[in-house]
Design a protein around this ligand. Structure first.
Ligand SMILES: CC(C)(COP(=O)(O)OP(=O)(O)OC[C@H]1O[C@@H](n2cnc3c(N)ncnc32)[C@H](O)[C@@H]1OP(=O)(O)O)[C@@H](O)C(=O)NCCC(=O)NCCS
Length: 399
């Protein structure tokens, strides 16, 4: 460490009251993101490990200097699909929530926390560790890439759509939307999305989780080869299903039950829009202009995951599903946004309603191999040309 007299202690978060309060206080003091842009604060509602506790295996570390809590980091481990020469799955460790209080930065604490978490990954037989950051978060990019040997991996897009509580979408009458039983949803995900990069092998746990609000399919009412109606129901044998030619599915996770978000600073254009649209709304309520919800108060959001489509005419199906989710969200007072994250090259982006102003077109994922065999495969993984990259599955437990 840079400062000789200070002794840095890194230990596991103990979950006791004192640790909880100190970690929450640290979180409040740490801004994430480049200073000239939006700051997103996370309110963990008294449970600092809420963002990892739904993963199969997780850990939070804290850093102390002179009995002061000066840094934190979290990590989770799971098995996912990764296309490598030897096998098409890998154990991955996700690094998140790295924070060091401003007055203790540039003393090697951030670096030490990541290295200690990597030791835990190694002890748990992890093949790759990965993390996500805004690509213009210079401190984070330099720390992970230049200092710790992570490599740019993928640049997924985070799409955000505000919930308009006063307005529900009209859904087309020729499209049927049905909610799937969990077993059927699992069957369809394993059949159609298992080869998607980072598909979690414990998808059943994700779907059965209490935060998962459900999985829905959409299809055209008159879209089967024979006279039979489309049928996603089954009482056992999957062959009973009559799957239409074109269909789309997605699942919804209630992230607002876990933590709340709050905007600290917004781009000027966003502020102007919020203020002026409020005024216009007051004067001309009948215009029903889409005013942005107040993102400066803590708000919850729904995360749409596992968005998938099969067949030719699917754009309208995906849009209708998204509108359906919006209408459900609009009945929940505190849910102010619908968020999803998809591969950067995924053409789904055109179909998922979102506001460019609130979305992040390039979330940077970086990866590092922890085992020798994984190191050999890393080159193939990171060098795949964007056009041939398989779609990406973003796990709602890691949002
Ligand atoms: C990112 C963060 C955790 C770094 O913590 P830190 O303790 O200052 O990091 P370290 O001292 O270990 O820095 C290690 C290396 O990272 C790079 N780095 C760290 N902060 C940097 C900065 N502000 N600008 C440029 N490079 C930086 C440097 O290469 C540094 O090595 P050096 O000091 O020898 O040049 C801290 O800035 C922070 O809490 N930021 C706000 C939260 C955040 O953005 N977290 C990342 C989310 S993924």
């Amino acid at each position: 460490m840079g400062c000789e007299e200070e002794i840095l202690i890194i230990r596991s978060y103990d979950g006791q009251y004192a640790d909880r309060v100190r970690v929450e206080d640290l979180e409040r003091r740490c801004e994430v993101g480049p200073s000239e842009r939006v700051f997103l604060f996370t309110d963990t509602m008294g449970d600092p490990i809420c963002r990892i506790r739904n993963s199969p295996l997780y850990k939070m570390l804290v850093a102390e200097v002179d009995n002061q809590l000066v840094g934190v980091i979290q990590g989770s481990i799971k098995v996912v699909t990764v296309h490598q020469a030897q096998k098409d799955w890998a154990k991955v460790g996700y690094v998140l929530g790295l924070r060091v209080v401003p007055s203790f930065r540039r003393r090697g604490i951030g670096c030490s926390l990541v290295l200690r978490l990597e030791e835990w990954f190694v002890a748990n037989d992890v093949d790759y560790t990965y993390m996500a950051t805004e690509k213009d978060n210079e401190a984070s990019v330099k720390l992970f890439i230049y200092k710790l040997g992570y490599t740019n991996f993928r640049v997924p897009a985070i799409l955000v759509n505000p919930v308009k509580h006063y307005r529900s979408y009209h859904l087309p009458s020729n499209i049927q939307i049905s909610r799937l039983k969990v077993g059927v949803a699992e069957y369809l995900y394993r059949k159609f999305m298992a080869s998607t990069e980072f598909f979690p092998h414990d998808i059943d746990q994700v779907l059965r989780h209490k935060l998962s609000l459900g999985t829905w399919v959409a299809y055209y009412r008159d879209d089967t080869d024979d006279a039979e109606d489309a049928n996603f129901e089954t009482s056992g044998s999957k062959s009973e299903m009559t799957i239409p030619k074109s269909w789309a599915m997605l699942s919804v996770w209630n992230s607002g039950e876990v933590f709340k978000l709050r905007l600290g600073k917004a781009p000027l254009s966003c502020l102007i829009y919020t203020e002026s649209s409020k005024v216009i709304d007051k004067i001309f309520p009948c215009l029903k202009l889409p005013s942005i919800p107040n993102f400066y108060e803590p708000f919850g959001f729904y995360f749409m995951y596992g968005v998938h489509r099969e067949g030719a005419r699917t754009g309208k199906l995906v849009r209708t599903l998204c509108h359906y989710v919006h209408n459900v969200a609009a009945t929940t007072r505190d849910c102010k946004a619908i968020v999803t994250e998809i591969g950067g090259e995924d053409s789904l982006r055109e179909e998922i309603p979102h506001w460019k102003l609130l979305s992040c077109p390039e979330d940077l994922w970086c990866i590092k191999a922890l085992k020798k065999e994984a190191r050999n495969s890393l080159h193939e993984l990171t060098k795949t040309p964007p056009t041939t990259r398989p779609a990406l599955f973003v796990d709602p437990r890691e949002v």
